[in-house]
Design a protein around this ligand. Sequence first.
Ligand code: MIG
Length: 659
Amino acid sequence: MIFKYRRGNPIKTDSTVMYIESNNELDFFNKIIKDKKILFDIDENTFVYGLGGSNRGINKIGYTYTSYCSDDPVHTEDKTSLYAAQNFFVIKNKKDIFGIFIDSPSKITYDVGFTEIDKFNIEIESEDYDIYYIKSKTILDIVKEFRKLVGRSYIPPRWAFGYGQSRWGYMNEEDIIRVYDKHYENNIGLDMIYLDIDYMDNFKDFTINKERFPDLEKLVKNLKNKNVRLIPIIDAGVKIEKGYDVYEEGVKKGYFCKDEKGNDFVGSVWPGLVHFPDFLNKDAREWFGMKYKYLIDKGIEGFWNDMNEPAIFFTDRGIENMFSKIEKYRGKKDIGVFDLWEMKDSFMEMNNSDLDYKKMYHNLDGNIINHYNVHNLYGYNMTRSAGEMIEKISPEERKLLFSRASFIGMHRYGGIWTGDNFSWWSHILLSMQQMVGLNMCGFMYIGSDIGGFSGNCSEDLMMRWLEFATFTPLMRNHSAIGTRNQELYQYKNINKLSSIIDIRYRLLPYIYSTFMKCVLRDEMYFKPLAFEFDDEISIRIDDQLLIGDEIMIAPVYKANQNGRIVYLPEEMKMVKFKESNVLCEEILEKGHHYIKTELDEFCIFIRKGKKIPYANIAKNESEVNFDVFNFLGYDNATYEYYNDNGIVREVSEKYIKTI
Ligand code: MIG
């Protein structure tokens, strides 16, 4: 059952696809809502799950989170906002279980037992919002009802479940060809190579640097013949440059965000000075989305949308403010530490500043709206713009699309990656935990930069990271310019690394089939044990995940380990992989086990009475045999197998066969 409470006149977000009549008289709402505040009592038996890809653990209790899409590349434990704003969560305690979805683009703060250990306080900045209260028997049923409310999740082409290699700093055609050749020579599976901002001409969207990529179309074709796709990045900001068509059209048609004087708002990002397309304006959305055709016409079949919080490095205002603060210190001999801090702050305050966001305006259905109030809708609508138009351009075939910033609603148009993580062991765990909240909020095609974006990745970290990422729908190795090269062939034990990729391809029929069933039926791909088992141990486990209905994983995510303790909530069959093959299988009883896994070994645990498809080794998706394979797991089990041609947009039960 879904109930809705409406306060005032909320800005429309298009997050939901179902109309629900509001019922403000409901007792439940009157108990929890006080103006702009919502309050729940919590105790040591309360669990709060959800809030998308927010920071920290699977159970959100113990910290505060702010929904405010933020370009923050340092995901330490103290951070309250990352790139996304996803306002759905489930509360479970001994007496009750329900879901809450706050449909509002406003900044929203969740204080989950942080300030007061027994209170979960929510504060919505805006006066106007919708709140949905979802009541059902289990967490999974609540998630299902919620997902019906917000609509079916985006599905990429099947090849996008292959392995992808990315790095900021592949400068030209030669670099890309080298990446391909090295994977080929070293027998490393590969489906995608990503183009970061360097392929563009001066960081201008929908342009190609002709010196670096003299014939992109040919490069795309050659790689496609080898079953590898090139996936370019698109940034939100449009360079201000006379003669550049995207800029000139946008200005002429009035499709850019405005400043308070009604001029096109100016910020600075990679291309230098830019305007920001007004993605809240439907016409601007159509216009920008159609620009992707330029690259699609060159054979491109997928994109990643970046910088769409939107990130702003600085504006005139920030620069002015900085000079006005530091000017007075010029020539002064006795600068104190507070002075120094003021100077420093005036620099630090420049990027992604609310003071700038508050000077930006949108045109939403003819209403002029301050950006600050709809900030969380920006990245969502950039990806919606691309998703809607790509579907027009290619109605029959799915294309790959994922984004950095997001909001619920965007899950219908694209996937996401979790942004700029670090080459830290703790970020394997963070990534595992983020997957759960994201799935709850409808984001199914998800993954994190494997090996870590910032910092330098060691071979053992890469190995363990891959072992987890073998199971994430988006499996992409990505890193920042200036960091240690972390393509798998850069390390000593290339074979050990590539054999993990081999397992990914052997499991592809399972991973894809599970993904498709979850999208079709509004189920979760990644689940914590607590969503299916209610024993006292299972409900506290936050470093093991169930996948679909058949398996559990318990990745090693710490340095210098040759195994870990794994909890089995019921009897399961452990299958250990090594050197591209099954090393051993063993039925294990319910309870704790120390599972030994050397660096190049990892396990799945198949649930009692289940089996999963297991294909031959392939080096890319097109080599995978989706019709003929073996099984892993329990004899006499059956499996519901989803198998289509990997590209049709239609999703249907008819593609499922019990085998
Ligand atoms: O300011 O395009 O998160 O994946 O490599 C950094 C360069 C801009 C941030 C993205 C990252 C990408 C990088 N971008």
